[in-house]
Design a binder for this molecule. Structure first.
Ligand code: AMP
Length: 302
């Protein structure tokens, strides 16, 4: 089934201990769409400015991403400037320029309104709800958010969470959202806000799932070649939701498998700056790494 994603398309300027990239392709919807496109059809709703080059759109088109919902507004594209220290799990935001996002009103094209799966990538929670008001009856609504909105628009974010089935969120933000240092208690508190499943991204330590089946811990691949963690969360979400949308099976076992596929996609994305690793990625490479993941936490009962 097709996924409708709404989120940011951005120019990112990123510094990591391994290098720097200036005004490269980024954005929550971009990473998500590119990753999910390996699993199913993706429809994108976002906004770019007049300064956004056609070559970036060609990359998404080549990945079969439906861009009929992409608006081009007068003004500049959203920009994010961030850096990472040796702890690659925590991005420090140095600058956020909303630009065309400041006046963005997501308009869902008629052809997208029957989308069965919706992913509300990290954007203003007011806009996330505006999207939901325009779709008919999705079978699955998943969402992401970040500290910027947890701090800046807590009430609006709660209203959005009440409408969401699955929340994909990072560890520090789970604690911040719940106002609770213990992660298990924090996840329970977040589930009480609406989402029946909370998937907590823990960077190089993997991911945790809290749902009605209890909890599940997915490992992360120990990687030798990490260069830029930007977009890891969104590529994780792209693999996760992409896998669920391709099977339309939301039972616990399918959610666990989807978490592993999300981890596989994130593990590739961090190997290069921007979306560069996803540009060359093949289905065969995804399948091979999936097999590596399967063995990662396997042990025998001796
Ligand atoms: P992540 O997957 O969490 O590393 O997300 C990285 C992407 O989020 C970057 O490419 C940024 O352009 C985008 N981003 C950062 N801040 C915001 C924000 N406040 N709203 C929407 N997107 C953002």
């Amino acid at each position: 089934m097709s996924i409708l994603v709404v989120g940011s398309v951005a120019f990112d300027t990123v510094t990591t201990p391994f290098g720097q990239a200036t005004e490269v392709l980024g954005g929550s919807a971009t990473y998500f769409a590119a990753a999910a496109s390996f699993f199913t059809d993706v429809r994108m709703v976002a906004v770019v400015g007049k300064d956004f080059p056609e070559e970036h759109l060609d990359f998404l088109r080549k990945r079969n991403v439906d861009l009929r919902g992409l608006q081009r507004a007068p003004g500049k594209t959203f920009r994010w400037v961030g850096e990472y220290g040796f702890d690659l799990n925590e991005a420090r935001t140095l600058d956020t320029q909303l630009n065309v996002f400041a006046d963005f009103a997501p308009a869902i094209p008629e052809e997208y309104r029957d989308s069965e799966v919706v992913f509300l990538a990290n954007i203003d929670p007011d806009l996330q709800r505006e999207v939901l008001s325009q779709v008919r009856r999705p079978a699955l609504i998943a969402a992401d958010t970040m500290n910027y909105w947890i701090k800046g628009k807590p009430d609006s974010l709660r209203q959005t969470l009440a409408m969401v089935d699955m929340l994909v969120i990072n560890e520090a933000e789970t604690r911040q959202l719940a106002g609770e240092p213990n992660l298990v208690h924090a996840a329970q508190k977040v589930r009480a806000l609406g989402p029946r499943a909370v998937v907590i991204k823990r960077g190089e330590y993997g991911a945790l799932l809290f749902n009605e089946g209890g909890w599940f811990s997915a490992p992360a691949l120990p990687l030798e070649a990490i260069r830029d963690p930007t977009g890891a969360g969104d590529t994780f979400a792209g693999g996760f939701v992409g896998s669920l949308a391709s099977s339309m099976n939301f039972a616990d076992a399918a959610v666990r498998k989807a978490i592993i596929l999300g981890s596989v996609m994130a593990s590739f994305n961090v190997e290069a700056f921007s979306l560069d690793r996803l540009r060359t990625l093949t289905v065969e490479e995804i399948e091979a790494r999936y097999r590596v993941f399967k063995r990662l936490a396997q042990f025998e009962d001796l």
